[in-house]
Design a protein around this ligand. Sequence first.
Ligand code: GLC
Length: 440
Amino acid sequence: MSSYQIRPTPGDIRWFRHDRFGMFIHMGLYSLPARHEWIKNREKTPEAKYDLYLKYFNPDLYDPQDWARRAKAAGMKYAVFTTKHHEGFCMFDSQYTDYKCTNTPAGRDLVREYVDAFRAQGLRVGFYYSVIDWHHPQFPIDMLHPRRDDPDAFQQSKGRDVRVYAQYMRDQVTELLTHYGKIDILWFDFSYPERVPEPGKEWMKGKGKEDWESEKLIQLARKLQPGIIIDNRADVEQDLWTPEQYQPIQWLRHPNTGELVNWEACQTFSGSWGYYRDEMTWKSPEMLIRMLVNTVALGGNLLMNVGPTARGYLDKRACDALGVYENWMKYNSRSIYGCTMAEPELLPTCPPDCRYTQSEDGKRLYIHLFAYPFAHLQIQGLAGKVEYAQFLHDGSEILFTEGKVDHFSVGASQASGLFVLELPPVKPDTLVPVIELFLK
Ligand code: GLC
């Protein structure tokens, strides 16, 4: 068994730790301008202009079944879908607002179709819900709000009551957690209580758990869906720590107690979460696979994002990127599912340019070759521990020697603890080859 003790969580994280890999999906009105989901903030878009996106929101090729098939093929086991992003637009038929997809040419509940499609593929279903809301009339204007620089911002914000908004969130979370069957993850986003307003604008303070009434909100969610997994972004520690667009180099620890925590890195294919037509920084295939491996090698999960187009389909770039995972996971997923960081005594043996993962039961050790070495992979400290070795992608045996370097040019010099794998000169045709070691 893996010897790592993880800080206890209120929700049941067992399936989550096993599954390791999920799909994040960002879609909303911002998919139309197609230049970042924060567009309303960035361009300080007036409400009347933003309403054009509402008027023309028509995802006629909306096809969550296709997304779900592709997610499953890519080896993803769960998904998290934006039911409402910071712009405030609801992708579900909420009775508490008119600002929703049923009042657009889409004319139907898009969350429902997402839930049905992903469940039908056997994937777990999560909801992203933004606690920030740039449309709700009771959401006080702050330094992130699109109206922040209006000359009359103070007047506009005066009298707004965040408690009314907090109730609105409880009402909507109730809808989301009662109308769609079992929901596996609730992903709130995000809090900024420590943000310092500009001088002269002190009234624009940041927002956190006091504003959202997070304790109440979370209690409600847990009552409606016992066992649900909740992230930490409502400003209250829950099940998940959520590094974003950033790859940890160590297993995350609790800042006060030092305990290992359960973490999920969320990442994009191209820098933006919503569909961004002109974004050109798409990650290379190698980088995509490495990010997944690096994450699991440090005991974490990866939530990889797609941003469907305004018409509701995944564009070629997104499909290609998912295809990269599909091709690799088809043969190598055994080093991902049910795996975690290698045991502490094995970690120092990891050779340069490699990453280890280890099955939770401790019996299998996986070596991911980020750079392909010539002829031999020499590992100090593994001799005597391995029963059998093979490439994971094709199950072909890899011969090894132990305790010595056995080569005519160096002589048969003894090297206690040395474990040497004999590799073919040509890198196997898989982006990141994986060696599977069955331990004694
Ligand atoms: C954020 C952003 C956002 C994105 C997200 C995903 O903090 O505000 O646009 O939805 O996190 O992690």
